[in-house]
Design a protein around this ligand. Structure first.
Ligand code: IVH
Length: 685
């Protein structure tokens, strides 16, 4: 290849006309090679040759800034960090998919399709259900003008700069195979391929950062970055699967859509196939359920869609999903292995979890050597003993669990497993709470101490800046902090012993601790990490009782008088304050100089007067956390839908509340929409 990168002299002598021509040529070349590399996955030139083309393009654009175009390949990683995301309406509602694991539901789907088709054509397109984040890309005259997250389906976040960094998102549609439409809106999935994901996590761990739990979170998280250079650094991919809107109507059938998308330069899943009768649908599902590990991306099921668009039209849609498509999900991955040992783990809140240590077994590409048995009563119910054969499962990204014991008639079994009478971490006698077992040595048990301290110093608690995971670990491991009150006895000399600590950092932390000595009751209550007591309950308790002494001595029924405190929560609080270890720890703190003040903390008012109902599971947080967040912002989280409900937040597998809400025509939010509201209110980053 001739030397493409112009020298300084050349640049200076280049006329604007010449530059324009060179730019056009260079852009076309870079685009073409991008396509071979990112979409076809088969580069035709070396990285070095590509870099030369690219930097030639960059140099000339720098010399003639007014010749820059927004769809130039150099504009993928351009933008400045954004202030926030703008909410923009989708060109068409981005509906969800109806999903099932039950064969009868699949059969009903198929017969509805046939009924609707009558004597007409009812071919079905089968494709993988991609496990990423759904987005809309909008093209005007072939140029990418906008990219939105799905949001609540009606409006999404404008994340165009982030999407531009994705190599397989065309900045400009190809027009060599078929004409480029004047308007095109495409729906597809932004994903992280498994290989890229592993590489990214390896890098994160190397740099001492936390790895991502799974490719979906990593991909969705990357889209939500305000700084596009972060998205650019993440190995994102885009696969297209639907046209949301196109000028001049419609392409008639889905098979034609897939072909058109490919012609315009999109990557589409390779595994798309046409099916018809039930056995073909089942075969397709079984095939990918068995072979999903072959793919370089995560899929969690397959999707069946009516091919013919006029048939789609006649089948219609609900407010949630089209009636012409069904996701048929995979069963969680399961394997059989043997239990080598049963161990008991003490969690950060003192709960004892029995864990089966397994003969290592590969479950869907991941080697599993331990699986949760949840709690003593589950363990007893499943009657799992050392040496038993068990079935383990890994569903999505959750911790592997033992599903069941496999009976082996005639085999001599070990004795039933006994939970230890004392905590394996600190030797304190265990207390049982219904099906659960807990170590009551809340602030003295080494297994709990680090987590407790971190919680104690977290922003809703004492808000001690500088008490992060690493510092806490060092303080506990060096023996400077053996119980909570030791925090208030720390000396500068102690801190200077820690790796990397100097005068300034030591003084900062001590200053922070000093500042937190005076603390409002509600924050103190939160900081203690009493079971069942989050920010909202801590506030209610503080308001109701006013002083720590009154709360400490309250009976169960007095506790139940507090708004939103039911028998279970009352029991937990009561139990907490009856426990000797906890009473001592609190006294210790007061003796060390902690002082509880009356002052009311400043509270968010952003959700003042708004009522939320949650149905279905959220990915990013538990239902409780979501409700606490709402309440901490001044809103109410109620459990049933009524005409006074302002928002219904719909998670995965929503229950009947969603139906009811639909009938009442209430405002819906999906998880992303809810997170957006929280972010807007400043409750989330
Ligand atoms: S079609 C309304 N096709 O799964 C029909 N969606 O769990 C439009 N998804 O939000 C969607 N793979 O984003 C379609 N092959 C596929 C898909 C797919 C994954 C996503 C989609 C939806 C989610 C539902």
């Amino acid at each position: 290849m001739p030397d493409l990168v112009p020298s300084v002299e050349e640049l200076v002598s280049l006329s604007k006309e010449e530059a324009r021509e060179r730019l056009e040529d260079l852009r076309e070349k870079v685009r073409e090679h991008n396509y071979h590399y990112y979409v076809e996955k088969s580069p035709r030139i070396s990285d070095r040759q590509y870099d030369r083309l690219f930097s030639a393009l960059q140099k000339i654009e720098e010399r003639f800034p007014d010749l820059m175009t927004p769809d130039s390949p150099t504009q993928r990683v351009g933008g400045e960090p954004m202030e926030g995301f703008e909410s923009v309406e989708h060109t068409r509602r981005m509906l969800s998919l109806d999903a099932t694991r039950e064969r009868p539901q699949l059969e009903r789907f198929l017969s509805r399709v046939k009924d609707a088709a009558g004597s007409g054509d009812w071919r079905i397109i089968a494709e993988p259900k991609l496990d990423g984040a759904s987005v809309e890309l909008v093209y005007e005259d072939g140029t990418l003008v906008r990219g939105l997250t799905r949001g609540n389906g009606r409006v999404g976040d404008d994340v165009t700069p982030n999407l531009k960094t994705v190599g397989s998102v065309p900045l400009r549609l190809r027009g060599d195979q078929r004409p480029v439409p004047s308007f095109l809106s495409v729906r597809g999935e932004v994903m992280m391929f498994k290989s890229g994901f592993q590489e990214l996590n390896r890098r994160l761990v190397e740099n001492g950062e936390n790895p991502f739990a799974n490719p979906r979170n990593a991909a969705a998280g990357a889209l939500q970055q305000l700084d596009p250079s972060i998205s650019a650094d993440r190995p994102l991919e885009f696969l297209a699967y639907e046209i949301l809107r196109i000028e001049d109507g419609d392409l008639g059938r889905d098979s034609e859509v897939v072909k058109a998308l490919t012609d315009w330069g999109f990557a589409v899943p390779d595994e798309i196939s046409t099916v018809g009768e039930l056995d073909e649908l089942l075969d397709y599902h079984a095939h990918w359920s068995d072979n999903r590990e072959e793919l370089d991306y995560e899929i969690d099921g397959v999707v069946f869609k009516v091919d013919d668009h006029s048939l789609r039209e006649s089948m219609g849609e609900t407010s949630h999903h089209p009636r012409w498509a069904l996701a048929y999900k995979f069963e969680p991955r399961r394997e059989v292995t043997r239990v080598e040992e049963i161990a008991v783990q003490v969690g950060r809140t003192g709960l004892l979890t029995p864990v089966a240590l397994l003969r290592p077994v590969e479950v869907g590409g991941v080697t599993v050597s331990r699986a949760s048995l949840h709690n003593p009563s589950e363990l007893a119910r499943k009657d799992v003993r050392r040496g038993d054969k068990v079935r383990v499962q890994r569903a999505g990204d959750v911790i592997p669990e033992v599903v069941e014991r496999i009976n082996e008639p005639g085999r001599k079994r070990e004795e039933p497993f006994q939970m230890p009478p004392v905590c394996p971490s600190c030797g304190t006698e265990i207390v049982t709470e219904g099906p659960l077992a807990r170590c009551p040595n809340t602030y003295g048990c080494p297994a709990q101490l680090k987590g407790r301290i971190q919680h104690f110093g977290s922003p809703p608690g004492l808000d001690i800046d500088g008490l992060g995971e690493e510092t806490v670990s060092a303080l506990v491991e060096r023996g400077y902090v053996k119980q909570l009150s030791d925090l208030f006895k720390l000396k500068k000399e102690d801190l200077l012993q820690l790796d990397g600590w100097g005068d300034k950092s030591a003084e900062n932390l001590l200053g922070q601790i000093e500042r937190s000595r005076k603390i409002e009751l509600q924050r103190f209550l939160y900081a203690l990490g009493i079971p069942e007591v989050g920010e909202a309950t801590a506030r209610d308790l503080a308001r109701h009782f006013g002083t720590l002494a009154d709360l400490r001595n309250a009976s169960r029924s007095q506790l139940e008088e507090v708004e939103r405190v039911g028998p279970k929560v009352a029991e937990a609080i009561h139990g907490f304050f009856r426990e000797e270890h906890n009473r001592k720890a609190i006294d210790g703190l007061l003796e060390a100089g902690l002082e509880i003040t009356e002052e009311e903390g400043a509270r968010g008012e952003a959700f003042e007067g708004l009522r939320f109902v949650f149905t279905g599971a959220l990915d990013s947080m538990s239902r409780d956390q979501a409700q606490e967040l709402v309440e901490s912002l001044g809103g109410r989280a109620t459990s049933s839908v009524s005409s006074r409900t302002d928002y219904v937040v719909i998670g995965e597998d929503p229950g009947s509340k969603a139906e009811k809400a639909r009938e009442e025509d209430l405002e819906f939010l999906d998880e992303e929409g809810f997170l957006k509201m929280l972010r807007d209110a400043g409750a989330l980053e």
